[in-house]
Design a protein around this ligand. Structure first.
Ligand SMILES: N[C@@H](CCC(=O)N[C@@H](CS)C(=O)NCC(=O)O)C(=O)O
Length: 225
């Protein structure tokens, strides 16, 4: 069977998985659920299917292949790295606890960005979330990358880099001022997105620059005007 990745028709949590699958040369169907436009913003495209897919804990993203039905982004990425990393990606770190640690720390950053995106009701809310929740994490990551390592755990690219670099890129698109002084982190994201296979990915229909977030978000559904 052809594997299926299910997610909203946005970058969100699926973009790093789409990139990782492409990087590991895994053919898959990119199943996209689209939220309705305002004012309805109905999510029925997903909720009508949610309980019919045989997922134990239904969620988006999900990944279905000949070995199982999976949810939880980082578990999906670790599984893909374990199954295909040695083939197309020269390992990708599924059995290295340092890689898992970095991936989960990157998820903390992603969650702060998501809370800011969907939880804000004003630009003051955004500024507060950036100062309190996002900036401290960006600064910590900038210090990590300023050590001169090419990737987040050292010299070797891992599945954690797909998640971290993708979310640095999402944040720099949506909140450019938050990240502009973190030069080591920006250089890291540039390094990742310059990888030959990632460049190829960006020329496929699987790549999308926008929307980063869904239509019910305060920021990130479309470029700021
Ligand atoms: N911890 C989960 C979070 C998943 C999640 O929050 N998914 C959101 C989109 S980013 C969703 O809309 N899920 C569908 C649902 O809750 O039915 C993961 O890492 O995959």
């Amino acid at each position: 069977m052809t594997a299926q990745l299910g997610y909203w028709k946005i970058r969100g949590l699926a973009a790093p998985i789409r990139m990782l699958l492409h990087y590991c040369d895994v053919p898959f169907e990119d199943v996209q659920y689209e939220q309705d436009d305002p004012p309805g913003l109905s999510s029925a495209a997903w909720f009508d299917k949610k309980l019919a897919l045989g997922l134990v804990l239904p969620n988006l993203p999900y990944y279905i292949d000949d070995r199982g039905k999976f949810v939880q982004s980082l578990a999906i990425m670790r599984y893909i790295a374990a199954r295909y990393g040695a083939r197309g990606g020269s390992d990708l770190g599924h059995d290295d606890p340092q890689v898992d640690m970095m991936a989960h720390a990157a998820m903390d950053l992603r969650n702060a960005f998501t809370n800011c995106s969907y939880g804000s009701r004003s630009t003051e809310d955004v500024d507060r979330a950036v100062a309190q929740d996002i900036m401290p994490q960006l600064s910590a990551w900038d210090r990590v990358m300023a050590s001169g390592r090419p990737f987040c755990t050292g010299d070797r690219l891992s599945y954690a880099d797909f998640f971290l670099a993708e979310h640095i890129d999402q944040i720099r698109l949506v909140l450019p001022r938050a990240v502009q002084r973190h030069s080591a982190l920006l250089a890291y994201a540039d390094r990742f997105f310059s990888l030959e296979k990632i460049q190829v990915f960006m020329r496929t229909p699987l790549y999308m620059k926008w929307p980063v977030n869904n239509k019910n978000s305060f920021i990130g559904a479309k470029p700021a005007v």
